[in-house]
Design a protein around this ligand. Sequence first.
Ligand code: GLU
Length: 571
Amino acid sequence: RGLGDVYKRQILYNTVMKMTDSKNLAELLFPLITKTPSEYEALYPPRQLKEGARVTRFAPSPTGFLHFGNLFTCLISYKIAKSTDGIFYVRVEDTDQKRKVDGAVEVMLRGLSYYGIKPDEGVIAENEEKGIYGPYKQSERKDIYQAYAKQLVEEGLAYPCFCSEEELERIRESQEHEDIKGYYGEYAACRNLSFEEISKKIAAGEKWTLRLKSPGSIDKKCVFEDMIKGKIEMPENVQDIVLLKSDGIPTYHFASVVDDHLMRTTHIVRGDEWISSCPIHLQLNKLLGFKTPKFVHVAPIMKAEGEGKRKLSKRKDPEAAVTYYSEQGYPSESVNEYMMTLANSNFEDWRRANKAEDINKFPFNIKKMSVSGALFDIAKLDDISKTVISVMDCKKVFELSHEWAKEYCEPLARLYEADFEYATAILNIDRGNKKPRKDIAKWSDIPDYISYMYDETLSPDYTLCGNATADLAAKVLKIYKNSFDINDDKDNWFERIKAICPEVGCTPNVKEYKQSPEAFAGHVGDVSTVIRVALTGRTNTPDLYSITKLLGKQRVAERLNKALKHYEEEI
Ligand code: GLU
């Protein structure tokens, strides 16, 4: 008794159950649905776009959590539309009321907008939509889905199923030894109910779901072309999947196929976990008479773990949440740059050749996407971000980091607000140099980076390096505290430091020191180190002259004295 028999029976049944029966059944199930699919087709006509323009979408469920992988896929979707003067729209897939979280749409849209993704159409705020292909929230499209569902019933391609949870469970148990499990073929208990049987059950108030009468066959394959993965071959769908739940709300599969069609999507860009749904989507498109959009399945972002790699995980990795980047204070530009390196392997070469070019000029190419999943590396993001920040002007650094501080770092905001000009001047040190310093990867690096410029946050570490010893330090500071002049220009300032050298057994000439190190206690670099450590409590800082100028006469004097005291005690 193969499935072949079941299908023969079905064909027979379909002929016996006359067209009038399916029409009557459709009326019985959907008495209030009066609009027909062709009316909706007319209401949402094909878009008048120029040749080659692509229509893509981002279709999140409003869970309130935006995964970095989702943002990445969304960016790809956006690029695909924008690089062809097409349309990118946002559709909210909120048919699963259990997963719905208040305010989630707003959180998500804010996430997108932070990275410069502006939908042309669709849901653009919690309660605001734009465009003529809406409504763009699935919960507001019930009648549309039901019109298409009604058509499927009329055509004998869908039927009501009255099976209870317990009955479905019993079916599952009976399939223990089957290769294919689920509601299909002979297991589909309600597939061949007669019109009379159905009418009786409905009259008795029995609850029903609407199922697809799948024409698929277990020994047939469906083949489709994915723009990233290439040709994919999978078994045809044989499951009589649920199209409408008992409350009349569609399932994801049904709703998304109807929507992608009516919203005239040309390219479905989504995570590759949805590849397994393609046989169902292909079948639904065919049965509904729709042209199947092109598929672009994006591989997940991976993370190295031990020898292998795994998906970036919401549970294990804080950086899986898109909010992580704004909380840490990565400028959106940095994250966008980084996402492009993950998207197209040739992006970095392009960037090297086009240092100052707008990122949107990069010729993004779907074909260059990773098939198996790009590897996430936060150190790489930091590197990229340091470069991005190093070439920003100080005003921009100040403004962006101030915005960040107001939200995430109150003490920094307070320091900034005490003296805007002073803060901007600190951030300006060494900026604009030929080879700008790369100290800041994210705004949360700033409090530490500038801490020594404020007495409130200074916590000096007087540890020295190189040839500088406490003894040398004490000698240098004793002289420098009397000789420094805050009004020096840079040359004079350095001359004064050099002048200390012979008095403390050092040479102002590094070359000379290298030739006979035994002849000296150190060189001008060591003398500078002493002064640097005394003023900032660090061995590595940006330009010491600028720091000295900004600190001002009084603070310089205080700090030199304090350090001198420290070294004298140490000797
Ligand atoms: N609502 C689905 C999700 O949450 C969208 C899948 C699709 O893009 O088709 O990911």
